[in-house]
Structures are given as C-alpha cells and as structure tokens.
Design a protein around this ligand. Structure first.
Ligand code: ADP
Ligand code: ZN
Length: 724
C-alpha cells in the first residue's frame, strides 16, 4: 500500500504530501517514522491508497509508531485540513494542534519522578549566606519533607543540585501514579434545576439552531445548565467538550466536575505535568473518558460522537490563539458542532458585542436568565469620584467610601476583594531630575518595580534587573515610583488595617500548579479577610462570605486605544462585581474612577447590559468597527531589523496591490511600526487594515505565507484582542 505522509517539520519547504510504501494495516491518522533527507522524522498518514504516481522503486518505506490507536481520528484529520486552508499554515502545524506535545517529542508515559529528601537536620547544614536557593530549598525540605525535584527547581533554581553535591540531600527516583487533582476536595452540590434552568436546557435541546447563547447574569446558575447537558450526553453514550477560559484559576469548578463525573472527565490544561497531560489526552482518545474540559486548546480534543460543545464565558479574550495558527476557538467549535450534528452552547453574563448581535439577529438562539439563583439581588455598585478625593487632599489609592465600607466589612467579620489590574509595586521608575524612565533591554517598554524581590521586572519578557540606586543617565538620586500595583496596595492596606489578614493573587504569587489553589483555599476557609488581585480574581469564584468588592481603577481598561475597550471594561466590572454578595448577605461594590460620567461605567453600575449593547452597537455602526467590518493586522517580527524590514516590504507590496485592485473592500490601509517597537529582542512592524468585504482574506493570508521566512515571522490577526 501507499501512504500519503506529512512530515512533522513546520516549514513551508517541506509542507507537501509525500508518498511512501507502507504496511497493509496502516490507516489514515496514524503516526509513522519516515526516512527523510538522510534522517528519520515523525510523520502523519493523511490517506492510504493503492497506487502512487511515482515509480515504486523510488519510494521509501515508513514504519508505524507503536500506538494502540491511530493518533488522529477522521474528524480531526479533516478539521486539520480545513484549518490549513483557512489560516495558510504548514499542515504539520495544524496537525500538531491535535496532539499533546509529549506525544510528538517522544517523552511519553514517563511514570517516574525524582524526589529530594534532607539527610541531616537543617541546623547541621552550613551554607554561604549568598546561596539563597540552596538555603531556600533546604528550609522547604525541612518543613515539608520529601518533595518533587521539579517542583523545588521551580521555586529555587539550582538549589537542590547544590545541596546534593554537598551531600545534604538524597535524590531518589520513584514511580508515581498520575492523578492531577488528587488533593482537591471532592465536593458536589447536586441541584434540582430551577424552572429557568429547566427552560434553558429544554430550549438548547429542541431549538433547531446550532449555536445557543445563554445570556445569564452572574450567579444565575449557568454552570448547572452545562453540567446537566453533559450528564445527559453521557447517559446517551455521547461525549462532550467543555471549554472554560482559565481552568487553573478555578479549582472550585474542577473539584465540582471531578466529583460529578469522576473518571469520565479528562482535564486538559497547561498546569498539568507533561505526563499527566498525555494520560488525560489518551483517556479521551480511547473513549475511557468522554468529557474533555479545558482551555481553548481542548477544542481539539480527540473525541468522537460529540453530543455537545460548551464555551463558558464566551466573551473571554483567551479564546483567541496568539500563536500560529491564530485560530478562533468559536470557529473551530462551530465546525465540530456541524460535523457532529450537535449544539454549540455559548454562555456569558456579558456576551461579546459580536455574539450578541448575531443572537439578536436570530442567527443564534438567545436564552436569557435574568435572575440570580434564589432571587438573590445583584450587589449595589456605588461610584467613588476620585477627582473629588484628590481635591480633598486624598492621594491614596483608597477613596473615603471604600475605606468606610472596608471597615464595616472587617468589623462584621466578612471578606472583601480588591481588584487592580496591575501587578508589582509601582508601574514605572522615573528620575525626577532628568525624566529618565527605566526600560527593558529587550523590549520597548518600561520596567515595573517589585518590592518583594527589590528588583525591576519586564512584564513582557520576564527579564529581571537590579533596583537602581541612582539614575543611570544623570546620576540623580531622586527616583519616583509612578503607578500603583497590587504589591503596593497590600502594603498600604496593611498600614491602614494592621490587624487584617491580606492575601495577594497575581502572576507573582501563583507559581506552580497549585499556586492559585492554595491562595483561593486559604481565602475560602476564611483564613484571610481581604484578597487583592489582578484579573485572575475576576473569574468564576464563588465565595459566600464576600460582601464587598472594590474596583480600584475602573478607568485603566477604558483608555486603551482599542475599539473593544468599552466592551472589555463593561465585562470586567460585571465579572468582578459578581463576586460580591453571592450568599444570604447583600453585597456591595465600590467602583473608583476619574471619569464618573462615562457611559460605559453608568451602564455597568446599573447592570444594564441591553442599554450598554444598544449604545455600543450604534457607536460601532457609526465608526464602521467590527462587527460592521473586520480589522486585520499583519504583524512582521524578527531579530534582525534589516531582514524584518525586507519582509515587511515584500508583504506590503503584495497587500498594497490587493488594496489598489479592490479599494471598495477596504475602509483603511496603512503600514507602520507596531505600538511596541520591540518585544523580546524582536523588531515589530505592522500593516493595519479594516475590511468591509472579507473576500480578500485568503489573499492576505497567501501574501503573508509567501513573505515569511526562517528569520522573520509574518502573521495575520483578525480582530486582534491585543494591538500592542
Ligand atoms: P453562574 O455560572 O451563572 O455565575 P453558578 O453556576 O456559579 O452561576 O451558580 C451560582 C450559585 O447557585 C452556585 O453556588 C450554585 O451552586 C447555585 N445553584 C445553581 N443552580 C442551583 C439550583 N438549581 N438550586 C440551588 N442552587 C443552585
Ligand atoms: Zn523585556
């Protein structure tokens, strides 16, 4: 037999179908080892046929990889082909979306791990004061006993091996049984559906449209609707895909799913170890697990016979991929729903303007849930006018109203959440004498001061720099810290309320698989009074004791130069506010702003989604912004500025021709430097377009595929969520 093979090399030169001889029992979707250019490489069988157009003597032979089942099922194969055509990426790249990386790199089913253990008491360990990581690791081991080396290395790079060399630590290799969430409490609250929930489930099942939008206020019980749909599919022997924005942030949801579906659910997400991810994926492929739960990449889960696909928090920006192929999760889910003849359920308290328009136009079914479970009221949102605070001489991050509410909340033994979407201590460090701003060497952005570690960090590439004692330009000693971050908020709060127990949750405090979980658990057990955090606290958490939410800077996301900033702000406020008053006690929200007259804020505090939408959609129509047009950005990036500009020129010439040949299809066309000129040492340029007719899209993708090369990345972004 002859196999048509794609070799697993993501380059345009090798992006072809190659014919090979193969055994008779090989089927499409199998992985093979193929001799290729003097080496043996991994490949995928796309099709099996009787004859080749090439003479048989010239064909080489492929050997099957010993998988128990072909890695890709027919649906996934055909989906990969569609994605290749749509996004013009090498086929190997599209195929990779469907497989766990561990499978491709051969690090499969590794079931042992290294553990470290102290061999003497901590007091007997003699280390130099500068050996911080060794000291840290030793102290950790003394407190926690035997610990996974990989975990320790995450916390204290190189610490364990240093200790081992000195003979303080013994390392053993041990067999492990992977159960990613064995430490989660298995709790489940089975509920009888309310009439609203029942109506939603019935509509989803009986309505003829593929896409079902559940627009339900926060706390209206959307999760229970999803779980009911999934359970019903399971009963019919069908599988389900359940997508959530950031599953690692919502351990409560995980625990609930595990409790209800046990081994039938497989959870795919980046927080798992390589082996765990592989095991979970494989359980789905074999059908042992029929429910795939995960972030956007779980839309590629290797399931068959799908009964429902659910996208929770459908408006969330994490559903747009930021690496090639830059697929849109909705589009992939829609294709799969169509192929499987099943429903695609979207859920949100604040649907995206685009989705909501399609629902109102009747393309999607629209199901509303206007009330919280048990008729609990939505928390009252009051505005604190920060201009007035400044006039009164209050330059702190806390308004009088917020302090008053905080005091009440603490006195009553309740809990509060304070939200600020900026981590670190202060956003920038500026020299007061010459105006110098500390910037990253590799990125064109200013550095954030982190007081914990007394260092400057780049939030784009993660680079760390020692704190400055003087201005490197003028030698001035007066450095000012501008822009407050979460770290500073905690420090200021602690001064105001010395007795309060305060937790901080942001990218700096949540390393490790269970980093989020630990903080949330401490808070849920009421071992802390105030939780301060970035947007990671906005999502999905259900803390019954929280009666106060403070939004410290509601303006921050309003003034991004992005057509979606209004929508984003409305969503964020609604999400964060939804964390307050979820149980018996009524909740309150204090929203601090310098722009209290702003339309978006006014609609948000009134929970007037409909009003917000009408306002927003008429603005978009007037400005011809999406969904009335499509914004397309071609981003050209590379380390060598000259080569990058050359590629930019090449793609620009092709696009400009497209533009001059079809002026009626374009509303806007321009090339420029990207707003951030350099990130991670890569120069960045862009061609920005706004289309009123998307029939030129395939040609835009083609032009970019043509211009990209080994040194320069040329990518197409449709309605990008991030224009930096
Ligand atoms: P949403 O996802 O819409 O924000 P949740 O699914 O988190 O809302 O539900 C809010 C709360 O209501 C949760 O604590 C949940 O356990 C509870 N709940 C959901 N459905 C029911 C029901 N039918 N009866 C009683 N409580 C319910
Ligand atoms: Zn940087």
């Amino acid at each position: 037999m002859i196999a048509e093979v794609i070799v697993d090399i993501a380059a345009s030169e090798t992006d072809k179908i190659y014919d090979y001889l193969c055994d008779d029992d090989i089927v499409a979707g199998s992985r093979v080892r193929a001799p290729f250019g003097g080496k043996t490489v991994a490949g995928f069988v796309m099709r099996v046929k009787e004859k080749s157009d090439y003479p048989v003597v010239r064909l080489k032979r492929v050997y099957p990889t010993p998988d128990e089942l072909p890695a890709l099922n027919p649906e996934c194969l055909s989906l990969a082909e569609k994605l290749t055509a749509r996004y013009r990426v090498p086929k190997a790249l599209a195929l990779r979306l469907f497989l766990p990386t561990e499978m491709r790199t051969g690090k499969v089913r590794e079931l042992t791990r290294n553990y470290a253990r102290l061999v003497c008491p901590l007091e007997e360990i003699k280390l130099a004061k500068t050996a911080k990581n060794q000291l840290g690791a030793a102290t950790y081991l003394a407190e926690h006993g035997k610990t996974d080396c990989a975990y320790l290395n995450n916390l204290f790079a190189g610490g364990v091996s240093g200790l081992e060399k000195k003979g303080y630590v013994e390392i053993t290799r041990e067999q492990i049984l992977r159960d990613p969430y064995k430490t989660l409490d298995r709790e489940d609250k089975l509920h009888t559906l309310t009439p609203d929930q029942k109506r939603a489930v019935d509509t989803i099942k009986t309505d003829s449209r593929t896409v079902q939008l559940v627009h339900g206020v926060t706390g209206s019980g959307k999760t229970e609707i999803y779980l009911t749909l999934i359970a019903d599919c399971l009963k019919e022997g069908k599988s389900s895909i359940f997508l959530v924005p950031e599953i690692s942030l919502t351990p409560q949801m995980l625990a609930q799913l595990r409790a209800r579906f046990g081994k039938n659910a497989a959870i795919l997400h980046s927080g798992l170890s390589a082996g765990e991810r592989f095991d979970e994926w494989w359980r789905l492929r074999t059908g042992e697990a029929r429910i795939a739960i995960g972030a956007r990449s779980a839309v590629f889960a290797p399931m068959e016979n799908i009964g429902v696909i659910i996208i929770d928090e459908e408006h969330d920006s994490s559903y747009a991929s930021e690496t090639a192929p830059r697929y849109n999760t909705f589009d992939v889910a829609y294709l799969r729903a169509k192929t499987n003849g099943c429903k695609l359920v979207l859920g949100s308290a604040t649907p995206s303007t685009d989705t909501y328009k399609r629902a109102k136009d009747g393309e999607f079914s629209l199901i509303r849930l206007d009330k919280r479970i048990n008729q609990r009221p939505l928390p009252e949102i009051v505005i604190a006018d920060m201009r007035r605070e400044v006039r009164r001489g209050n330059n702190s991050a806390f308004s009088g109203a917020l302090k008053e509410e905080l005091e009440k909340c603490l006195a009553g033994g309740k809990q509060a959440i304070l939200f600020l979407n900026r981590r670190g201590y202060s956003q920038t460090v500026i020299c007061k004498e010459c105006g110098y701003v500390a910037k990253c060497e590799f990125c064109d952005v200013s550095l954030t001061y982190h007081r914990d570690e007394d260092c400057l960090k780049c939030h784009y590439c993660g680079a760390k720099y020692g704190m400055l004692s003087a201005c490197p330009d003028c030698g001035g000693k007066k450095l000012s810290y501008a822009g407050t971050g979460t770290e500073r908020i905690v420090a200021d709060l602690q001064k105001l309320y010395p007795a309060a127990r305060i937790l901080r949750m942001d990218n700096d405090t949540t390393s490790g698989k269970e980093g989020h979980y630990k903080i949330l658990k401490t808070f849920a057990e009421k071992k802390a009074d105030i939780l301060v955090g970035t947007q990671m606290i906005a999502k999905g958490h259900d803390f019954p004791s929280v009666t106060l939410v403070g939004i410290l800077d509601a303006d921050m996301s309003l003034h991004f130069s992005d057509y979606r900033s209004g929508e984003r702000t409305f969503q964020l406020i609604t999400q964060v506010a939804g964390r307050s008053g979820r149980a018996e006690e009524k909740g309150k929200v204090v929203l601090q702003t310098f722009d209290p007259e702003n339309d978006v804020l006014r609609f948000a505090i009134a929970y007037d989604f409909e009003g917000f939408y009408e306002n927003e959609i008429s603005l978009r129509a007037a400005m011809a912004f999406p969904p009335f047009s499509k914004i397309v950005r071609v981003l050209v990036t590379g380390e060598d500025d000259k080569k990058t500009i050359e590629a930019l020129r090449e793609v620009y010439i092709a696009l400009e021709k497209l533009y001059t040949d079809n002026p009626e299809k374009f509303l806007f066309f321009n090339k420029m430097r990207a707003p951030i000129k350099r990130i991670q040492n890569k120069f960045r340029y862009q061609v920005l377009m706004r289309l009123c007719d998307t029939s030129v899209l395939p040609e835009i993708y083609a032009a970019c595929a043509e211009a990209r090369n080994r040194d320069v990345l040329v990518s197409v972004e449709e309605n990008p969520t991030n224009l930096s």
